[in-house]
Write a new protein. Structure first.
Length: 308
């Protein structure tokens, strides 16, 4: 059987003929207007027969023409299919591109959302840090206030160091003897309370006076202790006790809070290093000199020592 052999129903055949005739007329139009040259001679005859009823004749295509038309149709269908395949591919690529762009947009939206969240967290962090800084400032102020109040309760107290406890029978006796050696007027009525304390293994005596004036009189005379030894305070001590004590010195210090005592210790460490000439406390306040001729400098905190 030929590749172009086919069977077709009469009604379908008529429809196919009409379609092929349309394509045939179209093809004839593409070839040129040959029939137009002959139309002038035919118009005269047609004009004479205008009033005569003429049955329209339909010229059926030949089998060869049908084959040619079918070939043309197949070529057109093939072209359409190729074009459809190309369009389908382009459509798939376009869909893929749209999906990629949508994914990028979603990613960008996610990044923007993350940035907004990060910005919100940064703002919260800044607010938290500010709150912490404010709280730390309040804590520092409260700590300073507490230290001031604690030092105020110690303003009438002194610490006496360097007297071995085996040499005396009462701490009040030690205070009165030292006052006598320093030529400071002192009576038992000037002493409120006294007792032994231990600081880093060294025995000391804490004495609280009835008045700040009594405490100040004894504290101001402490400079005379440079030339006084324990044996000068207890000349009647036994030979064994005197040998054990040797030439030990006596010190009178203010009863400072832990913070101020540590601050004074660090100032004295700088004095040992040659950075400070002298350091001392007066009424709980820490002072130092950087040179013999220099003015006293009050130290409030450790940063003041670092800025010297």
């Amino acid at each position: 059987m030929s590749a172009f052999s086919f069977e077709i129903e009469p009604q379908s055949y008529a429809a196919l003929v009409r379609l092929l005739m349309t394509r045939r007329k179209h093809k004839r139009g593409e070839r040129g207007s040959i029939e137009e040259d002959q139309s002038s001679s035919k118009r005269a005859n047609m004009a004479s027969k205008e009033n005569d009823p003429v049955e329209e004749e339909t010229e059926e295509p030949s089998r060869l023409e049908l084959k040619e038309m079918l070939v043309d149709i197949k070529i057109d269908v093939s072209n359409i299919l190729r074009e459809n395949a190309k369009l389908t591919k382009e459509l798939a690529e376009l869909r893929s591109l749209i999906k990629e762009q949508k994914d990028e947009i979603d990613a960008m939206e996610s990044i923007k959302k993350s940035k907004d969240q990060n910005l919100s967290l940064e703002n919260e962090l800044l607010a938290a840090r500010k709150k912490i800084d404010d709280q730390q400032g309040e804590i520092a102020e409260l700590y300073c206030l507490q230290d001031n109040l604690e030092q105020y309760t110690r303003k009438q107290s002194l610490e006496i160091c360097g007297i071995p406890d085996r040499l005396y029978s009462s701490t009040e006796e030690v205070v009165l003897k030292i006052a006598e050696v320093l030529e400071v007027p002192m009576s038992p009525e000037d002493i409120n309370i006294s007792h032994k304390i231990k600081s880093k293994g060294v025995g000391s005596i804490l004495v609280k006076f009835q008045s700040h004036k009594a405490k100040s009189r004894l504290y101001k005379a402490r400079t005379k202790l440079k030339n006084i030894r324990v044996t000068d305070v207890y000349p009647d001590a036994s030979t064994a006790a005197r040998v054990m004590v040797g030439q030990g010195r006596i010190f009178i210090n203010e009863n400072l809070t832990t913070f101020r005592k540590d601050l004074l210790k660090k100032a004295n460490d700088k004095r040992k290093d040659g950075l400070v000439f002298s350091a001392w406390s007066l009424d709980g306040k820490i002072f130092l000199k950087t040179s013999p001729e220099g003015d006293p400098i009050r130290i409030y905190e450790q940063s003041d020592l670092e800025d010297l």
